[in-house]
Design a protein around this ligand. Structure first.
Ligand SMILES: CN1c2c(nc(N)[nH]c2=O)NC[C@@H]1CNc1ccc(C(=O)N[C@@H](CCC(=O)N[C@@H](CCC(=O)N[C@@H](CCC(=O)O)C(=O)O)C(=O)O)C(=O)O)cc1
Ligand SMILES: N[C@@H](CCS)C(=O)O
Ligand SMILES: [Zn+2]
Length: 766
């Protein structure tokens, strides 16, 4: 009999209950007991959903108070020693200081989890890091689940993935130098799970979907042999999970690893099955991820069942049916969507619906097809309705796309000629200061939008409130002495959702929240059809903001790759086709902004790196269309119009040449949490256009001091010519409060002024 399970369930709650409890705790409005109670309620609810759906285990260990990688460090006791916390006595308040920083401490670095829009906290590897055991939280959660009567499978981030995803901070030549300690830590943990009677442990090793070098590849066999030897054939059985890509190059390794089973992502790596299944050992489980954990289209149950049936003959009860990866990346429950029309809703499955899909497949495999016939009928109807619906195809868009030429992607002059004209026009000081776009999204702004959405205030009142906010933001920027201003984006719920709401081909949810990092969530829109811009989206706001100041006001758009990457994307055409459709819509907006005398336009591409395929052999194709899409969106303007772009929270060094190929006049880019590591890349590749490496980390409430930012700028001057260097924060300020934002920007402007004085002194001395 096939079994059914998921690799993880979203923890934030269908109504973001965890977010509100975290934020209330951080504000001091509630205590740790209240936060813990919310966590327990959510876990209980999510386990119950899994049990009610008919899964064979509930997954414990997917919950995290902030992030699952940080949670693993806390569990193992491997928290950075620079914070001075005792790993065994770590309180929740301490744990949040690791994640968010404090007056005394920089927060841990945060970066994207593989190619998702989820951010994890980067382990800090030093020679003195310990893996001797930490908090008991996981063990308490196991007890909780059992007390509720559930059969438990524990999920852990695997030892090699944990090591790989961290960064060496000091005292180590290679991350694998830590292996003996890490393995000992996991052995200790597995023994404790064994002693608690846990029979099944899912151990996530998604790095197997990357192109690993020999040192990492070769580490798997000995590590898992050691873990297995420790368990000496007794429980818990290890299910090694791979996901986010195919792993067929490791087929032999996976067959021979001493684990009880292996999980494959068959959504991302459909073609790997044949190679891996051939000669699959008689004693190993094969868990097949057939229900998409990264998108929310309803599964074609017939198609999947057809694929699984022959395997059942081979594997029998060693076949497990699963989600492709954790369901962390999809919203919780479609039942909470009252505003989506019935047709569209019938095409979708959120996490809760995916549980039912997995169980339907299991039952159909186990000879109980009649029990789930209705689900198969609905799945069939959804596929047919999606294929034939007239709302998906727009001939206007398709015709325009077919007519795009190579010239459409090129500005009319090269960078040197453009920047000379732009400098003559704007006369900016050396090291111009600017911000990334958003200013604090205050409770007042969000409440006004909520009231407008509920119909409690009218359209004009809402516009007035947002305009008032823009007035305040412009006034503060003038007071601060910033050189290039922004309107602050108060009218945007989210930088992607806002545009999605105005474009045809996009649908948006009322409650489709997905965790992005910590307490922060996004509602990725759904691209279901050809994308078309019916009218200007931002011109009125930017025009209004420009009337308030004589300084340049940057127009503010989200770029095509990010619009794609942070949406749930249609799966019935290549991603690049959708990206180019969005690019054309944005190109029209960029040209309309120029016509409205907005002379600087920022096209944000924070997800440009995130979209990069995990395997480098797939990079050239992606980079080619992604760069092209950006350039098409930007290239309709004249030489004097300055195109900015912005990127954040990713590793950029390996793609600097392609970032340069995007040919934005100015790029602002996140660097401060990693102490400007980006600059290392400049040693090898001289970025040709203007660049603003972020000088302070906006994800931490900590206010950076002038000296710190000045130090970073001096470091930047080592590799970026003065004439090319801008001064700005790492990212938008929407998550920050006003007092800290104002103080930080005051310090930033001062740092830029000090730098100007230094340059002046150097000039005089020369
Ligand atoms: C730059 N980043 C972004 C990413 N992905 C995106 N899609 N968008 C991004 O900006 N990925 C990488 C980074 C991640 N960073 C962030 C930063 C900040 C957030 C964030 O603040 N999210 C908000 C939700 C934003 C939103 O949609 N707001 C809506 C709804 C607000 C709301 O909760 N309203 C209340 C009522 C009002 C009240 O009483 O306060 C309600 O509906 O109940 C809006 O402004 O209208 C968050 O709160 O988590 C995300 C990613
Ligand atoms: N313009 C956006 C970019 C975030 S990545 C902002 O400032 O929030
Ligand atoms: Zn950003």
């Amino acid at each position: 009999m096939a079994l059914a399970h998921v690799l993880g369930f979203p923890r934030i709650g269908a109504h973001r209950e965890l977010k509100f409890a975290q934020e209330s705790f951080w504000k001091g409005a509630s205590d740790e007991a209240a936060l813990r109670a919310t966590g327990a309620t959510l876990r209980a609810r999510h386990w119950q959903a899994q049990a009610d759906a008919g899964l064979d285990f509930v997954t414990v260990g997917d919950f995290a108070w902030y992030d699952q990688v940080l949670g693993t460090l806390a569990l193992l006791g491997a928290i950075p020693s620079r914070f001075g916390f005792d790993p065994k006595q770590l309180s929740l308040a301490d744990y949040f200081i690791l994640a968010r920083g404090s007056k005394q401490h920089f927060a841990m670095e945060m970066t994207k989890w593989f190619d998702t829009n989820y951010h994890y906290l980067v382990p800090e590897w030093t020679a003195d890091v310990q893996f001797n055991g930490g908090v008991d939280w996981l063990h308490d959660e196991i007890a909780e689940a059992r007390a509720l009567g559930h059969k438990v499978k524990v999920a852990l981030v695997g030892p090699l993935t944990l090591l790989y995803q961290g960064k060496i901070k000091s005292g180590l030549g290679h991350k694998l130098d830590l292996l003996p300690k890490v393995v000992a830590g996991y052995q200790q943990l597995l023994q404790r799970l064994h002693a608690a009677g846990i029979e099944s442990v899912q151990i996530d090793e998604p790095i197997l979907a990357l192109e690993l070098d020999a040192a990492w590849r070769n580490a798997f066999a000995p590590v898992y042999a050691q873990l297995n030897a420790q368990l000496s054939g007794s429980a818990p059985a290890l299910l090694l999970t791979t996901y986010f890509g195919e792993v067929s190059e490791h087929a032999e390794l996976l067959r021979s690893l001493p684990v009880a089973g292996v999980h494959l992502d068959l959504v991302r790596g459909a073609d790997q099955l044949e190679q891996i299944v051939a000669g699959w050992p008689q004693d190993k489980v094969l868990s097949l991820g057939v229900v998409d954990g990264r998108n929310l289209w309803r599964t074609d149950l017939d198609q999947v069942l057809t694929k699984l049936k022959p395997l059942q003959a081979q594997l029998g009860d060693r076949l497990w049916v699963a989600s492709s990866c954790s369901l962390l990346h999809v919203p919780v429950d479609l039942a909470n969507e009252s505003k989506l029309d019935e047709e569209l809703k019938s095409w979708l499955a959120f996490a809760t619906q995916k549980l039912a899909e997995i169980v339907a497949l299991k039952l159909a495999l186990n000879g109980k097809a009649a029990e789930v016939e209705a689900q198969f009928v609905a799945s069939r109807a959804a596929q047919a309705s999606r294929r034939s619906s007239s709302r998906i195809h727009n001939p206007l868009v398709q015709k325009r796309l077919a007519a795009v030429t190579a010239a459409d992607a090129e500005r009319s002059a090269g960078f040197d000629a453009r920047i000379a004209k732009q400098q003559a026009k704007w006369q900016l000081p050396a090291f111009p200061t600017t911000t990334i776009g958003s200013f604090p999204q205050t409770a007042e702004i969000r409440q006004a939008r909520a009231a407008y959405k509920r119909g409690e205030i009218g359209h004009l009142d809402y516009l007035d409130k947002m305009r008032e906010e823009i007035r305040i933001v412009v006034e503060k920027q003038e007071q601060l002495g910033l050189d290039v201003l922004v309107h602050g984006e108060p009218e945007r719920n989210d930088m992607v959702e806002y545009f999605g709401e105005q474009l045809w081909g996009y649908a948006f949810t009322a409650n489709g929240w997905v965790q992005s990092y910590g307490s922060r969530c996004v509602k990725p829109p759904v691209i279901y059809g050809d994308v078309y811009r019916p009218e200007a989206m931002t011109v009125g706001w930017s025009q209004f903001a420009q009337t308030l100041t004589a300084k340049p006001m940057k127009g503010m758009l989200t770029g095509p790759v990010t619009m794609l990457q942070w949406s749930f994307v249609r799966d019935d055409q290549p991603r690049e086709t959708t990206a180019l459709q969005i690019a054309l819509a944005l190109r029209d907006e960029v040209c309309d902004l120029e016509k409205a005398n907005i002379g600087m336009i920022q096209i944000d591409e924070p997800a440009f790196r995130e979209g990069l395929p995990l395997k480098s052999r797939d990079w050239p194709h992606y980079l080619d269309w992604a760069v092209r899409a950006f350039k098409i969106s930007a290239a309709g303007v004249g030489d004097e119009t300055q195109i900015h772009t912005h990127m954040c929270y990713s590793e950029f060094n390996d793609i600097l040449p392609w970032i340069a190929a995007m040919d934005a006049d100015v790029i602002t880019i996140e660097t401060s949490r990693s102490d400007m590591e980006l600059l290392d890349g400049f040693g090898e590749f001289a970025y040709p256009n203007d660049i603003g490496p972020g000088v302070y980390d906006i994800h931490s409430p900590r206010v950076p001091q002038v000296d710190e930012m000045e130090r970073l700028l001096r470091k930047a001057r080592g590799v970026i010519p003065d004439a090319r260097l801008w001064v700005n924060p790492d990212c938008g300020l929407k998550t920050r409060g006003w007092p800290e934002t104002y103080e930080a920007l005051e310090n930033m402007v001062l740092a830029a002024k000090r730098l100007r004085q230094t340059v002046e002194q150097e000039r005089k001395a020369a």
